[in-house]
Design a protein around this ligand. Structure first.
Ligand code: F6P
Length: 539
């Protein structure tokens, strides 16, 4: 019998020497670390905790760690054989153990002729990009509207990237995304469309997902009822299940493979709406940016490896500081769907409660990931970030050069971004608040009481990610950085970041309830579900 591969025999983080050392370090220094003192002590802190990666500079200096924390986290990564597991992923070993699958989204962005599965990847890519250029010749194709019907990983990636790269988008094409089985999603989209000028993409890895198939049927019925004649030209599919797409009546299909996870699939045929928006050359740039980050993750020593450092910080915050969420604040309106995209990437990947051996975990895994673009978030929930009782690490994303022509707006945006991370860290003491005269403050309330309301504890951690420009290449690198960061924390936790059994139960129960909603049969249901069903049926 051959021995288990190195990555499979790797210890779980809590069974390592470094973990015990981190516990001690947390108790002795970590819990109480004060960022203001740390910066005062070390004038080089910004340089020491800045990480350069392709297209992305990360300032990690406003995080609650020091050189010793980072050294111990790096030891933890080594003890957990992070590099062996990473290399196994890139080599196409079946690291998705519960489905017996390789995890090779990185192969989708490797240059032609390199990496595993290259011939199949290139064949689909070349065919897809040729199709893209035909459709983008809108005078000849007649297409004006593109509707992507898909959900989860078959929606969130394109839905995030298309607006992010608006500056590079075809000006005569409009993009629409329909995901929800709620008819309120598709109805307003169809309202404005002309069937003769619309291309529907039915995007589903499995081509069985209830929401997507139901919306696809609605779209087809609408198309035929409104004078559409050539479904072959107006409906295409992106799927691993080419046979099911053909059985549904689609002849133009762009395939991908079971080794591409849904939430890692924007680089595959699922990226068709992106390629239609930005064109073949820019789509290749997006892939190239991701590949540059792949190379960085593969080759940079862990000390200078951005995804690895971010993943290690995530473990530090989740398992030692017990922070249960992370807020993502992109200071770029184009990235408005990035938090939603990252929610699936991180929470579906790492929201797991057992390790690779099925052992229940005695520590926490995925944080809640949430956020809104800045500055909007500042006028909504930043109050809680600054003065609430929970500490929530914030991730700021700033872009140096905008693609619009209003420099004064951009300067204000950047000033806001810097001010927020500064305010989180510096806070404001009660003494400072006492010395101020706030124009809107009550004139009758006790000054001391008022000052306590106006105190900011500070010492709240944040990371700032800087891009020069939000180009296809930069966005590709940024997204790949997030993928590998999720991989890093998942590897240390020794969980399977590439399955999603947690979505199965609800799907099965929904299939049971569907006919009951029609018939009114509540036999065997719990009293709450039965009561709600009776009310919904008006019985
Ligand atoms: O929500 C579960 C899930 O399987 C996701 O992982 C996936 O991205 C989504 O459903 C859509 O699946 P499909 O692409 O097969 O329609």
């Amino acid at each position: 019998m051959s021995a288990a591969p190195d990555w499979q025999g790797a210890p779980r983080c809590d069974r390592t020497v470094a973990w015990t050392a981190l516990r001690g370090h947390y108790e002795a220094h970590g819990r109480e670390l004060d960022l203001r003192e740390a910066f005062a002590r070390d004038p080089q802190r910004f340089e020491a905790f800045g990480v350069e990666a392709p297209e992305v500079f990360a300032d990690l200096s406003k995080n609650l760690w020091d050189v010793a924390t980072r050294r111990l986290l790096l030891e933890l990564a080594r003890e957990c054989r992070l590099e062996a597991r990473r290399d196994a992923m890139f080599a196409g070993e079946p690291i998705n153990t519960t489905e017996g699958r390789a995890v090779l989204h990185t192969a989708l962005r490797a240059p032609g002729g390199s990496g595993p599965q290259s011939p199949e990847v290139q064949e689909v890519l070349v065919r897809l990009l040729a199709f893209v250029e035909q459709v983008r010749d809108t005078a000849a194709s007649g297409i004006r509207d593109v509707v992507n019907i898909g959900i989860g990983g078959s929606d969130l990636g394109p839905q995030m990237v298309v607006p992010a790269l608006d500056a590079f988008a075809h000006r005569d094409l409009r993009f629409h995304f329909v995901s929800n089985v709620d008819g309120h999603d598709i109805t307003p989209v169809l309202r404005g469309l002309d069937p003769r000028r619309t291309l529907f993409i039915i995007a589903s890895k499995t081509f069985t997902t209830q929401e997507t198939m139901a919306n696809a049927e609605v779209a087809k019925a609408w198309f035929l009822a409104n004078g559409g004649t050539d479904t072959g030209k107006h409906f295409v599919a992106t799927t691993t299940n080419v046979a099911a797409a053909a059985a549904w009546g689609i002849s133009t299909t762009f395939g991908f493979w079971d080794w591409v996870g849904g939430r890692y699939s924007l680089w595959s045929a699922i990226g068709l709406p992106i390629a239609l928006a930005i064109g073949a050359e820019h789509f290749r740039e997006l892939l190239a940016g991701a590949h540059a980050m792949d190379t960085h993750f593969r080759e940079a020593p862990l000390e200078h490896n951005l995804p690895a450092q971010l993943g290690l910080l995530d473990v530090w915050y989740r398992n030692f500081h017990h922070f249960s969420s992370r807020s993502v604040a992109p200071y770029h309106q184009g990235l408005k769907r990035l938090p939603a995209y990252l929610q699936q990437l991180e929470m579906e990947s790492n929201g797991k409660r057992v390790d690779l051996d099925g052992e229940p975990l005695p520590f926490a895994t995925s944080p809640v990931v949430w956020g809104e673009p800045g500055t909007n978030g500042q006028h909504a929930y930043f109050q809680m970030l600054h003065q609430g009782t929970d500490v929530i690490p914030v991730e700021f994303i700033a872009v140096r050069h905008p693609t619009h022509e209003h420099p004064s707006l951009h300067t204000k945006l950047l000033a806001n971004c810097l001010a927020q991370s500064q305010a989180l860290m510096l806070g404001k003491s009660t003494e400072a608040a006492l010395g101020e005269k706030a124009p809107t403050a009550s004139a009758t309330l006790d000054r001391e009481v008022l000052a306590r309301h106006r105190t900011f504890p500070g010492n709240r951690p944040s990371t700032t990610l800087l891009l020069e420009r939000l180009t296809p290449r930069a966005l590709g690198a940024l997204v790949a950085m997030y993928e590998h960061r999720v991989f890093t924390s998942g590897a240390l936790w020794r969980i399977n970041s590439f399955d999603q059994w947690g979505v199965e139960l609800g799907k099965a129960l929904c299939n049971d309830l569907l006919p009951r909603l029609a018939s009114g049969d509540v036999e065997g249901l719990d009293a709450s579900t039965a009561g709600l069903m009776r009310r919904l049926r008006g019985a």
